[in-house]
Each structure stands twice: as C-alpha cells, then as structure tokens.
Ligand binder design. Sequence first.
Ligand code: PLP
Length: 248
Amino acid sequence: MTVQEQIAQNLDGIRARISSAAERAGRKAGDITLIAVSKLNPAESVEAAIAHDQFEFGENWVKELLEKESAVGEYLEANSPETAEKLKWHFIGHLQTNKVRQLIGKTVLIHSVDSFKLASVIDTESKKKDVITDVLLEINIGDEESKYGIRPEEAVDFADSLKDLHNIRIRGLMTVAPICDDPEANRPYFKKMRELFIDIKSKNNDNISMDVLSMGMTLDFEAAIEEGATHVRVGTGIFGARDYGNRS
Ligand SMILES: *Cc1c(COP(=O)(O)O)cnc(C)c1O
C-alpha cells in the first residue's frame, strides 16, 4: 500500500470511530471536527489527506506551520485551487511570545493560550493587523508538572483576567490529558473539562464566545467525544508514528 492509500484508509477508520462515539453520546458526527495533527510529517502527507477530504490540520511549531502552509498552499493553487480556501491550520503547540507576530492571520485557532503575557501579545499583534484572533485557553487538567496550561482551579479567574483584550476571542478550552494506555482513565478529566467549559461560557465578558472544546488524541478521542469534545486532535492514528529525531 502507498503512503497515500494508508493515510486514506486511516482517515476512514478514524471517521468511522468518531461517528460511533458521537452516536453513543447522542451527538451528531457532523458536530465534531477532526484536526489531523501533521507535525513532523511532510507536506506530501498533508496533501494526501486533503485528497481524502481532510481540510483541518494541527501543528506544534511556528516555523513548521508556516513552511507547510506555504508549501501546501502553492501545491493547491497549482493543482486544486477550489480546495485552497477550505484549508485551515490550527496551532496546538506551546507558543513563545516572540513567535506570535508571524503566526497572526495564519491560523483559524490558537489552542494554547496559557498565560496573561501570551494572551496580551496575541491581542497586541492582532490589533496591529486589525484582526480578531480566535484562541482557546489551555488547561492542565491533570495538574501535571511536565505540562503547560492553566491549573483547573484558576481557569475561571484566568478567563476573567483577559476581559479587556478586545482583539482576542476566547472560543473555548483545550487540554492534553495525561497519557495512558487506558482511555477510560482520562474520562474523569474530560468530564471536568466540560464542567469548566460551562462555567466559563456562562460569563458575560465581551471577548468570550465559547463553542469549542478541544480534547482527545489518538489514544483517547472516543472517550473525549463521549464527554463533549467538539474538536479532536489526531496525529499518529492518521499519519503513523512520528520521527522526533532530536526534537522532543
Ligand atoms: C502531537 C499532538 C497531538 C496528536 O497526538 P497523537 O497521539 O499522535 O494523536 C494532539 N495534540 C497535541 C497538543 C499534540 O502535541
């Protein structure tokens, strides 16, 4: 099987599992967005996924996102201009403030706002470009030392603290749940995310407009959907194992 065929087959499998999980939860498959996490995979793999009707992609590093966005953009302009405008890039990695400027205007959603400083730099750079940037607040739901994100008990106050930043729009929450082989073990974290989501959504701040709950990866996306995820981020399950080389 070619790499292209493998990616198409993997996408079919993930889509079927998303539908079943949605059905079990009494939800519609169409209400769940699959983000194909293409980090460390080449532009050709993204193009193979596009050929199989996958248009939303997630990347962890600014440089890699910009390079791939440009390569895939050129490819589509040449080969399939009608699909070029459907393409959406999500930034899902840890974001350094000095990289924000390059990213503004390139993403449909930044999933990883985890400090006031970062939120305010995104706001300032968005103001300069006269755009409003959609963001998610990253929650460290397992309260793990190794992870980025706002502690769950601080999330509501954190959302409130951003209320004067008018060039960001808080669209929801994101989490990377503790990694484990048993997806059921993450279910309580997903439930807690949904509760936080509802608490913050109920705030009347002008820049809060919550409809996105980004949680669930290759190993646990079905449990996440059953607990309310609107966006799942699947990498390995679509593109296969990644070669991190000297990155971590
Ligand atoms: C890499 C990554 C994913 C995808 O992980 P898989 O286990 O390969 O599905 C999802 N979310 C974030 C934030 C990631 O860094």
